[in-house]
Design a protein around this ligand. Sequence first.
Ligand code: HEM
Ligand code: HEM
Length: 132
Amino acid sequence: MSPTTIRFLKVGMAFFILGTLLGTLLAVPFTRDFLYKVPGAQWRLAHTHLNLAGFVIMIIFGIAYHILPRFAGKPLRSEAWAAAHFWIASLSTAGMVVGFIVPAAAILLWAGSVAQLFGIVLGVVNLWLTIR
Ligand code: HEM
Ligand code: HEM
């Protein structure tokens, strides 16, 4: 496995731990009541995006970067793009989650969202050009 694939898988698993920890805190009445006292915090959206953008999508890309070049029988179009995508995906997911929780950090939500979209397009184009 390439360092990029390993990073996607490990950071994806770390987001999974955080996402399910937050889900558990939202399920237990005592901690849920405590969390919902924080003004403006959108905990459910933080939970869903830790699990879905942070875990599901990172794991899918990590595995895709490893397996699709092997299915196609040729190297990944660009290891550098994949490496850049890892940092964009990790930082923008973290930024989006903080932005969902802290209303004053709304810039992290919208800037993180734009960056997240850019990373996804970069990843899709890279994989597309690899398998075509
Ligand atoms: C330990 C594991 C998990 C627990 C305890 C948990 C718990 C919860 C709770 C309590 C809510 C409602 C939150 C609220 O509105 O305050 C919720 C919503 C949600 N969770 Fe989880 N969750 C877990 C794992 C996951 C995973 C792995 C995913 C996705 C891969 C996921 C996706 C969602 C989604 C999409 C919603 C929002 C549903 C809606 O919009 O009505 N959860 N979860
Ligand atoms: C560029 C990446 C993404 C951005 C900027 C983004 C942004 C958002 C925003 C702002 C909402 C709240 C919508 C509202 O209630 O007004 C939302 C909801 C949701 N998103 Fe995303 N999202 C992204 C990626 C994803 C991905 C990749 C998934 C799933 C694999 C996903 C699953 C969901 C779900 C299930 C909800 C509803 C959750 C709930 O109501 O609790 N999102 N997203």
